[in-house]
Ligand binder design. Sequence first.
Ligand SMILES: [Zn+2]
Length: 347
Amino acid sequence: MKPELYEKYSRQILFAEIGEDGQEKILRASAVLIGCGALGTAVAGLLVRSGLGRLRIIDRDFVELSNLQRQTLFDEADARDALPKAVAAERHLRAVNSGVEVEGIVADLTPQNALKLLSGFPLILDGTDNFQTRLLLNDAAVSLGVPWIYAAVVGSYGVTMTVRPNETACLACLLESGEPRGASSLGNELTCDTAGVLGAAAGVIASIESTEAIKILSGRLDALHGRLVSCDVWTGKFQSIRTERNPSCRACARREFRFLSGDAQPHITLCGRDSVQIHERDRQLNLGDLGHRLARAAGAQVKGNDFLLRFCVSPYELTVFADGRAIVKGTKDPAVARSLYARYIGT
Ligand SMILES: [Zn+2]
């Protein structure tokens, strides 16, 4: 290893479980992270500092003021400029470690693009905020035969588990065994937008997730904890339980990937409190043209940057991304969101 690299990562190399050999492997390794919120920013920060070769970050959202309390890669300027999280994260991470190839992609992970966006990476990391996307990730990872690390936080509580297809339980083994519960019931879980979330809970879970990632990337599969680990930073309770594969699991045994085939994916989703996301089929929008048109048609003040446009149609606020997606704030009603989308952006 070059002396300057040895110096840069010396404290990690001195840790005997990794050593110079492990660091060499980390430097050549890559991973893809889906979701760059509280968990995602913390995981990305830890991994980029640890020196992995390449990190792809996929996120569908933009930075808002209410993110800064826990999303450690972003600052006030990012929120003021409403930068997409993938773009802001890439910029900050490049400044942290120019030796890592960081690639931010502004996109919503869907059954249509999942395999394309996730293929070619030996590790998939969960930074998402909903079970719909996690089950899609699980389907994609199991079908590709690639390990992924499940992680979730809400309130002061968090949970994480490393999934190795055909070796360990998968997320479907965990969530879909016993009482049958459809994808729709998962949408009713508590979320950070309704129950709040502590940055510290995300920090603990992200730290465990990153450590598992480092073990995989440095070739130390023997050191994986192999458990479902959970903790509550408020009560101080930690738990770690063994999980078993479900021999008739829909995903890892029967290989029925209904989240990946799109059978379980709605085209419109609630995202956050009082917001609806519309993800039409992939369509590239010319944001410049659309901005001019909107300024004339809606008479609205249209703000934006290279990646998105935002305008108000009282009492709603629409944010439109270059890939054709829109987030409509101010309603929970998909029909209202759809009609606003059709009226101002087109069909
Ligand atoms: Zn399974």
